[in-house]
Design a protein around this ligand. Structure first.
Ligand code: FE2
Length: 243
C-alpha cells in the first residue's frame, strides 16, 4: 500500500486501535526524561488518540538518584493532566503508574506500600542497561509477597540477559513487556531480534510504546509501513486491553 493509499484509508491513523491501551510511557510533564511541559503532553496524547489508543497508563521513571518521584506528586500531576484533557476535548483516558528502577530506593517504597501499581495489580520494573540489579530474583519474590505481579519493562533491551535468562524470569511469575519500537529495530539489532523472538514464542504479555519524545512518536506512526510486523503483533494475544 502506498503512502497516499494509507493516508486516505485512515489505516495509519488507527493502527493500534486493536490494542486499545498503552501501559508504558513518559507523558507526565516535567517529571522525568519524557514530556517537558503540558503543551507537549497534550500534543502527544492527541497523536496517540489518533493512532487508535483509547487509554494510556503513563509510567514516569521512579529512580532514587535521578527521578525520586513521590506517589502523591505523580497522582496530583495526572489529575492536572486529566483536567487539561477535558479542556482540550480529547477522548483518550489517562491513568498514572510508574516505571520503577530496581535500585535501593525501590525496597523502601515496596515495604512502605508506596507503589502505584497498574490496575491495582501490576508493578512495572526496570534494571540498568549496563548490569543486572543484584539479587533481582529476590526482588521479584518480594513484589509477589506484597500481592503484586511484576512486569519487566523491555526485557529485550538488556544485552546481558539471554533468552534462557528471560525464560527463567518468566518462570518465576514475572511478566514481560516488549517495546513496540524494538520490533522495528529502533534500539538496534539485538533488541530487535530478541523482541521478535519473544513475540513469536508468545513469551511477552504486554506491548508498550515507552514513548518519551517526538522521535518515538514519529517511529510509532511509521510502524504502519512495517505491515508484516504489525500483522504479527495483531495476531498475538496481549493483556493490554484488560487493563
Ligand atoms: Fe520507560
Amino acid at each position: 500500500m502506498s503512502f497516499f493509499q494509507r493516508l486516505f484509508s485512515g489505516k495509519t491513523h488507527q493502527i493500534f486501535k486493536w490494542l486499545s491501551t498503552d501501559m508504558h510511557s513518559h507523558l507526565l510533564p516535567g517529571i522525568d526524561d519524557g514530556s517537558p511541559d503540558m503543551t507537549t503532553t497534550l500534543a502527544y496524547l492527541k497523536e496517540l488518540e489518533a493512532l487508535g489508543y483509547q487509554k494510556v497508563i503513563t509510567t514516569p521513571h521512579v529512580m532514587r538518584e535521578l527521578y525520586p518521584n513521590k506517589p502523591t506528586d505523580i497522582k496530583a500531576l495526572a489529575a492536572t493532566v486529566n483536567e487539561e484533557i477535558v479542556k482540550a476535548g480529547l477522548n483518550i483516558k489517562l491513568e498514572a503508574s510508574a516505571e520503577y528502577m530496581l535500585d535501593d530506593g525501590f525496597d523502601t517504597l515496596l515495604e512502605n506500600d508506596l507503589l502505584i501499581p497498574i490496575a491495582n495489580r501490576y508493578v512495572l520494573i526496570e534494571m540498568s542497561y549496563v548490569a543486572p540489579t543484584l539479587n533481582y530474583e529476590n526482588t521479584v519474590f518480594k513484589i509477589q509477597a506484597q500481592g503484586f505481579v511484576p512486569i519487566l519493562a523491555h526485557p529485550e533491551r538488556y544485552n546481558y540477559l539471554s533468552m534462557n535468562d528471560l525464560e527463567r524470569i518468566k518462570s518465576l511469575g514475572c511478566l514481560l513487556q516488549v517495546n513496540m519500537l524494538s520490533l522495528i529495530g529502533y534500539y538496534g539489532k539485538h533488541p530487535q531480534a530478541m523482541s521478535q523472538q519473544l513475540v513469536q514464542q508468545k513469551y511477552a504479555s504486554f506491548l508498550g510504546t515507552d514513548m518519551h519524545h517526538n522521535r518515538h512518536l514519529e517511529a510509532l506512526k511509521d510502524m504502519s509501513s512495517h505491515s508484516k510486523l504489525v500483522r504479527m503483533i495483531e495476531n498475538t494475544e496481549w493483556q493490554n486491553s484488560k487493563l
